[in-house]
Design a protein around this ligand. Structure first.
Ligand code: BES
Ligand code: ZN
Length: 585
């Protein structure tokens, strides 16, 4: 399948409009072509024969009007197009709705620089259909070419290779490797580029660029580290686009162009695991893709595992262990609350919105299973095994059963567990709820020291403002703050805040954790900071716990008031989650 896009960005109308031309491999000579759409205004549909004509966006063939229907479906609508004999392509003339769930239109004041509007897409999991008619499943792949028109001296970017264009306001792209719809991505705004390494760079609004360059200075070393472990980077360039703060996720692994939240710009590279994560998806996810969203752990669990291997390679085992411990804590906390069916790695999402299946299970339980396999068989056997998984399945979509079969044939039947290691209970890990049997126990000595410090405070041996926190990294602070949740009084927290200035922290992870603890413990000195944070940041992972803390601590009125002000600035994905939590709560 090959797709050609020709779209214009209209900031005033908050709409993308143009054509999508789709060339298909016809498997049945009389079947209609079924496409997913969501709230698209379909202005016309034509069919034709394009053969190998490229770029497809501009293919000049005799198009004829087609017969089509649009019917309501579970997550949007089904566009069904009659395909007469001999035609191999359809051309859909369409425009997106201002409310398209995969687009966020930002006014100038919602950007870092405040001078120009900004548009970006977020297609994962099933939002591509709200801005491109497509077969919106990770089980189908397409190559692409695209022309994007945008006025006002703005730059359009896509997660694809740039093709030079001589026309002002016209941007051209191609993606020669077949990718699933959830990886199609576009942005338009006032952004500038800076090089990071020979094949890497960063795009950001001008006022953010210098900070991004210094934060991401080790990206080239990260690429080298994954290549050493799992084989060549297959996508040519690796660039990062730093988005305005409304971006609902930490990062999104759009091929060749990771989208990232500005909240990882901590100034000390302490949050770059997120870049390692999105980069790792270039193997686990973008190259070898989960065939359905119920197999998400094949994307995310593998990626967290690879991310940790990269962090170990660049920063050493201690940092990796701290991150693994924080991850396992998150998982344990979530397992205590999740319904059993959502605790399995392989899940069944039939009839459910895949956005709702997003928990720590595919991420951290998935990563722990791979770590257990690594510990059981040793890196000598496991590393080449995983490399083969990526190379043998490159550019295909895979199911959990494919991995189970490959694992048995290529690792378990070829190697014995190392001395003293028990075989891994795959059924228990993949198909049963709960933490998997014999789960690895990441351990950080640095966290032991933090635990001891906390203990001495709680035993009144050391006043809270006299704690020796010299040399603590943000990870140690995070570990400490999590433990505080159950312990300190509001008075202790005030003393603590005066000593360590947490309310003024410029590290988003520490600030978000501190604010949540404050709300839960009734420490009201952070009220202004909480409101500023909720109004300024759109990252769902930070907003959800903070609003939830307010809802559960008798602060419903404040939560609703702030949400009323902030909602319009949040992404539709964030709005959907918070509507359920705050409005209906
Ligand atoms: N691909 C995900 C984001 C995603 C998953 C979006 C499912 C929509 C549906 C991305 O790679 C991711 O996992 N981002 C994390 C960061 C990561 C370090 C755990 C995030 O945004 O928090
Ligand atoms: Zn991910």
């Amino acid at each position: 399948m090959h797709t050609g896009l020709d779209v214009s960005v209209d900031f005033a109308a908050r709409s993308l409009a143009g054509t999508a031309t789709i060339e298909v491999d016809r498997l049945a000579s009389d079947a209609p072509l079924m496409l997913d759409v969501r709230d698209l205004e379909v202005r016309g549909v034509q069919v034709g024969t394009v053969g190998e004509l490229r770029p497809l966006a501009e293919a000049n063939v005799p198009w004829r009007e087609a017969t089509f229907t649009i019917d309501d479906a579970e997550f949007g609508q089904a566009l069904s197009i009659d395909m007469p004999k001999g035609v191999d392509a359809v051309r859909i003339d369409y425009a997106t709705a201002p409310t398209a769930s995969g687009l966020q239109w930002l006014a100038p004041e919602q950007t870092a620089d405040g001078t120009s509007p900004f548009l970006y897409t977020q297609s994962q999991a099933i939002h591509a259909r709200s801005w491109i008619p497509c077969q919106d499943t990770p089980g189908v792949r397409s190559t692409f070419d695209a022309v994007v028109h945008v006025d006002g001296g703005l730059t359009a970017l896509m997660a694809a290779e740039v093709v030079p264009s001589k026309e002002a306001g016209e941007f051209r792209f191609v993606m020669d490797q077949p990718i699933p719809s959830y990886l199609v991505a576009m942005a338009a705004g006032k952004v500038e580029f800076a090089e990071l390494g020979p094949r890497s760079g960063v795009w950001a609004e001008p006022s953010v660029l210098a900070k991004a360059v210094s934060e991401f200075g080790n990206v080239e070393a990260m690429i080298d580290a994954v290549e050493t472990l799992y084989g060549p980077y297959r996508w040519g360039r690796y660039d990062i686009l730093v988005l305005p703060p409304a971006f609902p996720f930490g990062g999104m692994e759009n091929p060749r162009l990771t989208f990232a939240t500005p909240t990882i710009l901590a100034g000390d590279r302490s949050l770059v695991a997120l870049i390692a994560h999105e980069l790792a998806h270039s193997w686990s996810g973008n190259l070898v893709t989960n065939a359905s969203w119920g197999d998400l752990w094949l994307n995310e669990g593998f990626t967290v595992y690879v991310e940790r291997r990269v962090m170990e390679a660049l920063y050493g085992r201690e940092r990796e262990e701290m991150e693994a411990m924080l991850g396992k804590q998150d998982l344990e906390k979530e397992l205590a609350e999740l319904p059993a069916a959502d605790q399995r790695l392989a899940t069944d999402l039939v009839g459910r919105d895949p956005d709702d299946g997003l928990t720590n299970v595919p991420y951290e339980k998935g990563a722990l299973l791979l770590r257990l396999l690594e510990e059981t068989y040793g890196r000598e056997a496991f590393d080449p095994f995983l490399q083969r998984w990526f190379t043998d399945h490159a550019f295909t979509s895979v199911r959990t059963a494919d991995f189970e079969a490959f694992l048995k044939a290529e690792l378990i039947e070829k190697h014995a567990p190392q001395a003293g290691k028990a075989p891994v209970d795959l059924e228990g890990w993949i198909h049963q709820p709960g933490m998997g049997p014999g789960a690895p126990s990441p351990h950080s000595d640095a966290f032991d020291v933090v635990d001891a410090a906390l203990k001495s405070v709680l035993a009144n041996e050391v006043p809270v403002n006299k704690l020796d926190t010299k040399g603590w990294t943000p990870h140690e602070w995070l570990h400490f703050l999590r433990a505080l949740l159950e312990s300190l009084t509001p008075e202790d927290m005030a003393t603590f805040d005066q000593a360590f200035g947490l309310t003024g922290s410029t590290n988003s992870e520490i600030l978000a954790q501190w604010l949540e603890v404050s709300v839960r413990r009734g420490y009201r000195e952070t009220d202004d900071a909480v409101e500023t944070f909720l109004l300024g940041v759109g990252r769902r992972k930070f907003l959800t716990p903070l609003y939830r803390a307010m809802m559960e601590s008798g602060r419903q009125a404040d939560a609703k008031r702030i949400y009323g002000k902030a909602r319009g600035g949040y992404h539709p994905i964030t709005q959907r989650t918070l509507d359920a939590l705050v409005q209906d709560g």
